[in-house]
Design a protein around this ligand. Sequence first.
Ligand SMILES: Cc1cc2nc3c(=O)[nH]c(=O)nc-3n(C[C@H](O)[C@H](O)[C@H](O)COP(=O)(O)OP(=O)(O)OC[C@H]3O[C@@H](n4cnc5c(N)ncnc54)[C@H](O)[C@@H]3O)c2cc1C
Length: 460
Amino acid sequence: MGDETHHHVIVGGSAAGISAALALRRHGFAGRVTVVEAGHELPYERPPLSKALAGGEHAFLHAILPRQAYAEHRITLLPATRALAVDPRRRAVELDDGQTLYADRVLLATGVLPRTLPVPGAELAGVLTLRDVRDARALAARLRAGGPVVVVGGGFIGLEVAAVAREAGLDVTVVETGARPLEGPLGPVLASRVTALHERAGVRLRTGVSVAAFTGTTHVTGVRLTDGRVLPAATVVVGVGVRPDTALAEAAGVLCDDGIVVDRHCHTSVPWILAAGDATNQPHPHLPTRGRIEHWDNAMQQGAVAGAVLAGVLESHTALPYFYSEQYGRTLQMYGRPAPGDEFVPRAEATSAVDSVDPAEADEPEDGGFLGFWTREGVLVAAAGLDRPRELRAARTLIERRVPVDAATLASPTTDLRALARTSAPPGPSVARLRSRPQTRSPHAGGTSGTSLASGKEAP
Ligand SMILES: Cc1cc2nc3c(=O)[nH]c(=O)nc-3n(C[C@H](O)[C@H](O)[C@H](O)COP(=O)(O)OP(=O)(O)OC[C@H]3O[C@@H](n4cnc5c(N)ncnc54)[C@H](O)[C@@H]3O)c2cc1C
């Protein structure tokens, strides 16, 4: 029997918001749960939007939960509805359809907005960003119309779009201001391995340069670079990062600083307002300083913590940061987050002589993927790899348990990471907390249960 007297309102029906709604029920909250979502579709997964563009809408539009699950869990979903304001005096959420929702507590899971480039021509037709399913539909149609395609920004989403467009046979150029794409998150060694995949596929890279203007009259026809060159373009995809959507929070008097500032329990500076997901600036035991984590798994995990806290169970968000990316049918995964000053240790290839494992010379066969690690004060803090899921799962355990491990051990191709993980010290109290994760997992999650909310699919 439901409790009609208590009501929690969640603004934002995506990974964090839906995960929170389910966690509320899992933790026994019997009152009303309302999710307000500006998008028109049933809440869906964003990661396929950049990976399955060529396969049509059925390939890139995956609901997080089937429609009937909302009724089963007594979650009132208000799609195509925008929250205009959170009124701190009345504890109310005002909606664009004229309704006012009174709430015991409000969870802000408003996510991020794509950055655009403030250059001439940015408003031309054919200059696109990719954040939601409408963007994906528009981009899919542009890719069907043919190239050339210019991707501005060599981040994960930009490179995934470049891979899809190239696989569709289009002429693709990636423009990156840095020395090479992905150098920020992966460091120069692994970034160059990913970049090589694109070069082998025929993607042109223009690095160390940025965009001066987009050319064309109504539709984009070219991209003028800061070095004066002009790249012909029928479609431009701008993937230059995101900014947290803090408008509602700021207007409600919630402290924001490069995101909605939260503690480990998703509390904001206003006691009855919580926040989770990409929009938050969070303290995290696996980050060197507080910051934002813009990954699907984080949104799911942090959303689940918010749901527990809303239900009266004081959980903390400590799950190890995890993300994955898919390019050319290859899967890149990363656990943890390196910090400046960490030691990078590439894993040597299996054919290397065991006694000559020099990290600087370490390499992997071209199609065998690769592995790399980061250590801090002799402890493994992050690991990334291409097509190496089993070793990465073992590395995840070592990172979570903060196991001391030296560079030579990590670099050696004969080190059995899984055996090392099995024999590492049993979890202490902090690890026990890490293990008490929600049962629900995204298909993109690297966690233990590894199943999707929607489909029960195994994690990659
Ligand atoms: C194309 C693409 C590919 C990605 N691929 C990967 C990947 O491979 N791996 C990975 O780890 N991560 C990936 N991500 C990132 C991942 O999708 C995000 O980390 C995740 O979606 C964040 O979830 P969230 O719930 O915090 O916010 P979001 O998913 O951004 O959702 C926020 C929601 O809030 C709604 N909203 C905002 N304001 C209001 C309002 N006032 N009223 C009503 N509704 C509102 C928005 O409509 C939106 O649906 C990808 C993202 C994109 C866009």
